[in-house]
Design a protein around this ligand. Structure first.
Ligand code: ZN
Length: 352
């Protein structure tokens, strides 16, 4: 799809009404995916030969090697159980909603039987949003770290348990207060190694990188960046608000925190936070897109180019506990009570 400039009403629907009339059946959806995947006609994924024909089961048969391929094989929609019309509607809502949607609201809107199905659909869509080899940020870029996710005061019921995740955020800035694209990713720590790796991954060398005075940012100039280091202490001494040294990055940090609490009601596990960050960055970087239908087109375009995502890859194994379990002798009653443990074994659980 390199040379195609997609046009509204021709390559993607202009409105929800148009969406509904285009994609009334699964075979409508399949036709569209066929065109997105092979805009110039079928190309065999096995041997690379261009050309083949459709056989009785609806699959393509390669004219050279004879391999049979379905339109969805090897894409995000491989071996799906949910009808394509439901997938397309989910994708339309995901792409056209300004803030996206939670799994619960998707489940209700589409009357999907189970919450895990809705949850997995959204996670599959999220997983395609990072385009391989996408361009790094350029120009002038603010970079800072913040903590994202975790339990927020005021949320009841123990939702969103878990620790906050140290996250690095980079935002392009244009004077006086304009913001371009952003990138963000979790960090293992705020060391120079981690911060330098983040900047190298997300910012094009030659760019001006604005940071605060944290020592972990020292040495960026040796990596080919123009480093504009702004000391919080100096700002305080000048009587300025040190929180305003990096206004763009702080604005994006507060926006994603608000989005996680609003759209997702804070119910995001730390292990899944990176994929929510990807979704947020995708939305932020397309916030000025004139057509939401174009966003729908882009998501499907990425989905047909993406490898299948298995459910077991979405369900991340429980993380090992960060704090070691308390030794039995120190649980509950003091050992001096010398309680016969075996007599009431359930008690240990009760008193924790
Ligand atoms: Zn072939």
């Amino acid at each position: 799809m390199d040379d195609l400039q997609p046009r509204a009403g021709l390559h993607y629907p202009r409105s929800t009404g148009e969406f509904q009339s285009w994609f009334a059946t699964d075979s409508d959806c399949l036709d569209y995916l066929d065109w997105l995947r092979w805009p110039k006609g079928f190309v065999c994924p096995r041997c690379g030969n261009a050309g083949g024909w459709v056989v009785a089961d609806g699959r393509y048969k390669c004219a050279a090697c004879g391999a049979r391929t379905s339109v969805t094989a090897g894409t995000l929609f491989d071996r799906r159980r949910t009808p394509l019309t439901v997938w397309f509607t989910a994708c339309w809502m995901f792409a056209t909603g300004k803030d996206g949607m939670s799994a619960l609201s998707l489940q209700r809107a589409l009357e999907i039987g189970s919450y895990p199905t809705a949850w997995a659909m959204l996670h599959r869509l999220r997983s395609v949003l990072v385009r391989p080899g996408r361009e790094r940020l350029t120009g002038t870029v603010e970079v800072d770290e913040t903590f994202i996710g975790g339990e927020e005061p005021g949320l009841r019921g123990g939702r969103a348990r878990g620790k906050k995740v140290l996250t690095c955020i980079a935002v392009e800035v244009t004077p006086p207060r304009g913001r371009g694209r952003c990138r963000m990713a979790p960090l293992t720590d705020a060391s120079a190694t981690s911060l330098h790796a983040f900047v190298a991954d997300h910012v094009e060398p030659g760019a001006t990188v604005i940071t605060d005075g944290w020592q972990g940012y020292r040495g960026l100039d040796k990596l080919g960046y123009v480093h504009d280091r702004r000391s919080q202490r100096a700002a305080r001494a000048r009587g300025e608000d040190p929180g305003e040294l990096l206004p763009a990055v702080h604005r994006v940090a507060s926006l994603i925190k608000r989005w996680l609490l609003g759209t997702h009601q804070g119910s995001v596990e730390p292990a899944h936070l990176p994929s929510y960050m990807n979704e947020y960055v995708f939305r932020f970087n397309r916030r000025r897109s004139r057509s939401r239908g174009l966003v729908f087109y882009r998501v499907l375009e990425l989905a047909v180019a993406h490898d299948p995502v298995r459910y077991r890859d979405l369900v991340i194994n429980p993380q090992p506990k960060t704090t070691p379990p308390t030794p039995p002798g120190r649980r509950g009653y003091p050992p001096t009570m010398d309680r016969p443990r075996a007599a009431r074994p359930w008690r240990t659980a009760d008193v924790e």
